[in-house]
Design a binder for this molecule. Structure first.
Ligand SMILES: Nc1nc2c(ncn2[C@@H]2O[C@H](COP(=O)(O)OP(=O)(O)O)[C@@H](O)[C@H]2O)c(=O)[nH]1
Ligand SMILES: [Mg+2]
Length: 223
């Protein structure tokens, strides 16, 4: 199986600390169309890697944003969602979440509440997009109100993995959100680092002041 041949470095999550790498996870019940959406977006040249040992599939995607090459890892479940819960490592260091339900199965919409709760336990701040999939089956659903998204203050996209409606927009927006989330949080880290450096400089200056005084004293003693 492909999973057994997979390089362990693919699941080394420290790589997401690097500027140019983001991790986007996909959540939602079984058969809502998570994998079909990924495949539709990445249609050309995608190389899904089944990591069976880790119950997930990684889709690698490269894009250019503001002249910078960005590597996106899309994480897709590989069956674990049947248990209505994902392993904590699935959420670890994720920068954005795409949360999918099937407009033809009400229960998948209801279960968003549970998925969202679990997401926020691990990633309280990351951007999340709610996705109503399979609109090709009944276009009228786009007129319906899906209050969950509004209530949580999340964007809602009506898409179809089958005919491609809105799929590219969904994924491009998710990437932008992931990157801006990451930049904001790293800006914060930069600030912390600057503060620490300043603090170090100040304490060093303090020391050298004292040294100066000491040496002055010594000089005055000796004179
Ligand atoms: N009509 C319709 N069927 C879809 C759409 N997306 C997925 N499906 C079907 O829904 C089933 C589950 O899709 P899959 O991507 O495996 O769902 P996952 O378990 O969430 O990854 C498959 O039979 C798909 O062909 C869609 O946009 N429209
Ligand atoms: Mg799937």
């Amino acid at each position: 199986m492909a999973g057994d041949a997979t390089n362990l470095s693919d699941v080394d999550q420290d790589k997401y600390d690097a500027d140019e790498q983001v991790k986007i996870i996909c959540l939602g019940d079984s058969a809502v169309g998570k994998s079909k959406l990924m495949e539709r977006f990445l249609m050309d040249g995608y190389r899904p890697q089944q990591l069976s040992t880790y119950a997930l599939t990684l889709y690698k995607y490269t894009t250019t944003i503001n002249d910078k090459t960005v590597l996106v890892d899309f994480w897709d479940t590989a069956g674990q969602e049947r248990f209505q819960s994902m392993h904590p490592s699935y959420y670890h260091k994720a920068h954005a979440c795409i949360m999918v339900f099937d407009v033809q199965r009400k229960v998948t919409y209801k279960n968003l509440t549970n998925w969202y709760k679990e997401l926020r336990e691990y990633r309280p701040e990351i951007p999340c997009i709610v996705v109503a999939n399979k609109i090709d089956a009944d276009l009228k659903v786009t007129q319906r109100n899906f209050n969950f998204a509004k209530k949580q203050g999340l964007p809602l996209y009506f898409v179809s993995a089958a005919d491609g409606s809105n799929v590219v927009k969904l994924f491009k927006d998710a990437i932008k959100l992931a990157i801006s989330y990451k930049q904001d949080s790293s800006d914060f880290m930069d600030e912390v680092m600057r503060e620490l450096e300043k603090f170090e400089l100040e304490t060093k200056e303090d020391l050298s002041d004292k040294e100066d005084e000491n040496s002055k004293e010594e000089k005055s003693k000796s004179s």
